[in-house]
Design a protein around this ligand. Structure first.
Ligand SMILES: [Ca+2]
Ligand SMILES: [Ca+2]
Ligand SMILES: [Ca+2]
Length: 282
């Protein structure tokens, strides 16, 4: 026979149960304290200018491939944005460092920007998601992908899977000079997976490109923390300089001095499945 419970045992048991319940509720409350809010999500599932245009002012630039003339050429309504370029330079409408992009504004610090895209690594151009704002100085945060960065060694490495890799630049500028680009945070390195192995993004697969943009209050406007992720693998952190103002968010391609040769023919297209901006815990 079990011994009969005394009244004080029962009381103790009840008190313990209540205490546990309170602890559980308070933990839950703490968990709920911060909830990330999506302030913009674009799935590109309707033809034409993105519907998230309300408040975000979408626009496009077609310097490299003017054949994309109107919004329906970039967003046909099948769930993807198409950023198409060719290797011909005689049809470019900008002779120095032409763009082919779509963009929206404005996003400031305290946000996570995520783009889910494929076809970003193309020889001769940087493929990117970046933020930009310019007045008498400029602010910028970049994830730029190129098969083989002409500004870094080794030269001419393999760029295709399984043995090759793609290079990246993770940069930031804040209140930086338009003449000497200082102050500057710039890191040039291969893209890695969760095991730290160099990987190629030229794999016909979709990948996430994430910029987590935190600005620390009370600094000189140049301190904070930016974490750069590809497929949720941290590629780089920059703590200075970190911009603190609202900026455009730009996705697509640009021909630049360090992006190598357009050594192919026909066209290349970056497909963007979706892009979002959400709040992050301060
Ligand atoms: Ca062209
Ligand atoms: Ca989509
Ligand atoms: Ca190189």
């Amino acid at each position: 026979m079990y011994p009969k419970l005394k009244t004080c045992d029962c009381l103790l048991f009840s008190l313990t149960a209540i205490l546990c319940l309170l602890l559980f509720i308070s933990c839950k409350a703490k968990e709920k304290k911060f909830e990330s809010q999506i302030i913009m999500f674009e799935d590109f599932d309707k033809p034409g200018k993105p519907l998230s245009d309300v408040g975000f002012e979408w626009s496009f630039v077609n310097d490299m491939y003017p054949n994309q003339q109107k919004w329906e050429d970039f967003v046909p309504g099948d769930g993807y944005a198409y950023i198409t370029i060719d290797a011909e330079t005689d049809n470019d409408t900008d002779e120095t460092f032409p763009f082919q992009t779509i963009s929206f504004k404005n996003i400031g610090p305290g946000h996570r920007l995520v783009m889910f895209a494929k076809g970003i690594a193309v020889s001769g151009v940087g493929g990117f998601i970046f933020t930009y704002n310019e007045d008498t100085t400029f602010d910028e945060i970049d994830i730029e992908i190129v098969p083989d960065d002409a500004g870094t060694l080794p030269e001419g490495h393999q760029t295709n899977p399984p043995n090759g890799w793609t290079d990246a630049r993770f940069n930031s500028w804040s209140n930086s000079s338009l003449s000497d680009y200082k102050p500057e945070g710039s890191f040039k390195k291969p893209v890695i997976n969760s095991k730290g192995r160099k990987i190629s993004l030229n794999d016909d697969m979709f990948h996430t490109y994430t910029i987590e943009w935190n600005h620390f209050q009370g600094g000189d406007g140049r301190n904070g923390k930016i974490d750069f992720y590809i497929d949720n693998v941290l590629q780089q952190t920059i703590t200075t300089p970190v911009p603190n103002g609202p900026s455009d968010v730009i996705m697509g391609f640009r021909q630049m001095s360090w992006t190598g040769l357009l050594n192919w023919s026909g066209t290349h297209t970056m497909l963007i499945d979706w892009v979002k901006a959400e709040t992050i815990e301060p």
